[in-house]
Design a protein around this ligand. Structure first.
Ligand code: SF4
Length: 228
C-alpha cells in the first residue's frame, strides 16, 4: 500500500492523547478538505509502496504496542484490513483514523471517526474544482453508523466557528445510540495561539452539550511539522 510516512510520536488527539504511538500514514484521500493538515496525502499525495511485511518490521522497531493507522484515508488501501489483522496478531492496540466515508471490517480497537462538516469544503481552493466531489462524499451516515455499531469509537469533529455546533448536533441527530461523551470537538487550526483562542468557546460548548474536548497536543509540543 502507498505510505506517506511511518514515525514514532505521541498521540496528539482524542481519547488516547499523550500515548506513545507508531503512526502509519497512508497516502491518498477521497476528500479535499480546504484546511487539510496533511496535503501530502490528499491535495498532492506522495509516498511509496510498502509491503505489509515491511510495515510490520518498521512498526516493531518502536517501544510501544499502540499503532495509529491514519492518512489520507486509510480505508482506501485495498489491504488495510489485512494490515490490521496482522498487527493485532502481534499484540498491537490499533487506532484507525478515518473520515468515515468507506466501511470495511477491520481489526481495530478504537475507530476514530472524523466526519467532515461544511467548513471543510474547498469552494475557493484550486478554483473549486474538488468542491462538488467533496460535498457529495463528506458525510456518509450508513458508514458512520456501521462503525459505531461494531467498534469502540470516538466521533471527532473539526470545528472552526461557533455556528459549526448546530451542524455537529444535526449530524449526531441522524445517528443512533450515540454516547455523547465519545463526541469530541477539536479546533481547526495548525498554530498554537489559534487553537488556544478557539478552545475557549469550544470547551464551553462541550460543557453545554456533554461532548469531550480534544486538544491538538502535537501542535502544542512540536508545531505543525511532519513526523510528529
Ligand atoms: S479527510 Fe483528512 S486527509 Fe483527507 S483531505 Fe480531509 S483532512 Fe486531508
Amino acid at each position: 500500500m502507498r505510505i506517506s510516512e511511518i514515525f514514532y510520536s505521541i498521540q496528539g488527539e482524542g481519547r488516547l492523547v499523550g500515548v506513545p504511538s507508531v503512526f502509519v500514514r497512508t497516502s491518498g484521500c477521497n476528500l479535499r478538505c480546504r484546511w487539510c493538515d496533511t496535503p501530502y496525502t490528499s491535495w498532492k499525495p506522495e509516498g511509496k509502496s510498502w509491503s505489509i511485511k515491511n510495515i510490520l518490521c518498521e512498526v516493531a522497531r518502536y517501544p510501544t504496542r499502540h499503532v495509529v493507522i491514519t492518512g489520507g484515508e486509510p480505508l482506501l488501501a485495498p489491504d488495510i484490513a489485512d494490515l490490521t489483522v496482522q498487527l493485532k496478531q502481534r499484540g498491537a492496540h490499533i487506532t484507525v483514523e478515518t473520515a468515515a466515508t468507506i466501511f470495511k471490517p477491520l481489526a481495530g480497537d478504537l475507530i476514530s471517526l472524523s466526519p467532515k462538516l461544511a467548513n471543510s469544503t474547498p469552494w475557493q481552493r484550486s478554483r473549486g474544482e474538488f468542491a462538488a466531489m467533496h460535498e457529495k462524499h463528506r458525510l456518509n451516515y450508513p458508514v458512520i453508523q456501521s462503525f459505531i455499531d461494531r467498534y469502540d469509537y470516538q466521533l471527532k469533529f473539526v470545528v472552526d466557528q461557533k455556528k459549526d455546533l448546530e451542524e455537529v448536533r444535526a449530524v449526531i441527530g441522524q445517528l443512533q445510540n450515540i454516547d455523547v461523551s465519545k463526541v469530541m470537538l477539536m479546533a481547526q487550526g495548525v498554530r498554537h495561539e489559534e487553537l488556544v483562542r478557539k478552545s475557549q468557546w469550544i470547551v464551553a460548548s462541550c460543557q453545554q452539550y456533554g461532548f469531550s474536548y480534544t486538544p491538538r497536543l502535537h501542535i502544542q509540543l512540536f508545531g505543525n511539522r511532519r513526523g510528529t
